[in-house]
Design a protein around this ligand. Structure first.
Ligand code: SF4
Length: 99
């Protein structure tokens, strides 16, 4: 029984990260970190605030994607998904959201 639970937990933890949608919640401080590291996903508004680039989105719109939550044109998996999670973890106000 304990062994079964341990095996289930192990298989959960090694499950590859897959990202379908990315958006920016309120509170971006325009530091530029995300756009510098992932310019194919993140764009900047005229005020320097982070947005999700039209080229990366199915709805071809550039904005924070917080309301429409458009999916990415291509789901991110493997190293790409891990890198986006790394970029999100480095966002000072932690406003980069994804699922
Ligand atoms: S890393 Fe965070 S605070 Fe900095 S520009 Fe990107 S979303 Fe804004």
């Amino acid at each position: 029984m304990v062994h079964d639970r341990a095996m289930a937990r192990t298989s959960e933890s090694v499950q590859a990260l897959s990202i379908r949608r990315v958006w920016i919640a309120q509170g971006c401080i325009a530091c530029g970190w995300c756009g510098d590291l992932l310019p194919g996903v993140f764009a900047r508004s005229g005020q320097g605030l982070s947005q999700i680039a039209a080229a990366a989105r199915k709805d071809c719109t550039t904005d924070a994607n917080a309301e429409s939550r458009s999916p990415l044109r291509a789901k991110l998996a493997g190293d790409e998904a891990d890198f986006l999670a790394f970029v999100a973890a480095g966002c000072p106000p932690a406003v980069i959201q994804f699922d």
